[in-house]
Design a protein around this ligand. Structure first.
Ligand SMILES: [Zn+2]
Length: 170
């Protein structure tokens, strides 16, 4: 089994060939995710199998790793452990997606070839809560009036921290 993950793939062709990849993928390679997390130096572990399951062109496996986002209560870093089982059905129309068995999430192909990393990226983005918060914020970091802390939070191009600053002005 190859450990070098592919770039562009044709998912339906991969299903027909029964391809299976396992390896590590750098978060920095995922553009949409890169705007939401701060640990771009980290990698996630990916294990994806492409195969036909009944009438479904399936992609199954797992994505494991950690994402660092900004806590929306105290604005300190918050690490989210991701261990997502993947169960996708490749479809080429919304109609086809609606007919998928319930156990599968549709992966709607808008073009024949897509970046392998985009499948992983979608799973990671889904793992981030809409409003990420520590279950208990550390009191030492809940000092948003500290000017240095504000500056540090503002330096990051993070949509969540921008949102949080807007909220604190209300
Ligand atoms: Zn917090």
């Amino acid at each position: 089994m190859p450990t070098h993950l592919p770039g562009l793939i044709d998912p339906l062709h991969c299903v027909a060939k029964g391809r299976h990849w396992r390896g590590r993928l750098s978060l920095a390679k995922m553009g949409r995710l890169a705007r939401m997390v701060s640990n771009l130096g980290d990698e996630v572990e990916v294990d994806l199998r492409f195969e036909r399951e009944g009438r479904v062109a399936a992609i199954t496996g797992s994505v494991r790793g950690e994402l660092e986002v900004t806590c929306q209560r105290c604005l300190a870093p918050l690490r989210i452990a991701v261990d997502s089982p993947v169960k996708l059905g490749v479809v080429t129309s919304i109609d086809e997606g609606n007919r998928l068995p319930e156990a599968y999430e549709p992966l709607l192909l808008e073009q024949e070839r897509i970046p392998f990393a985009s499948i992983v990226e979608d799973e990671l983005i889904l793992a981030i809560p809409p409003v990420p918060r520590h279950s208990r914020c550390s009191p030492a970091t809940t000092r948003s009036e500290d000017p240095d802390f504000e500056a540090a939070a503002g330096e990051r191009e993070n949509p969540f921290s921008v949102l949080a600053r807007l909220k604190t002005r209300e």
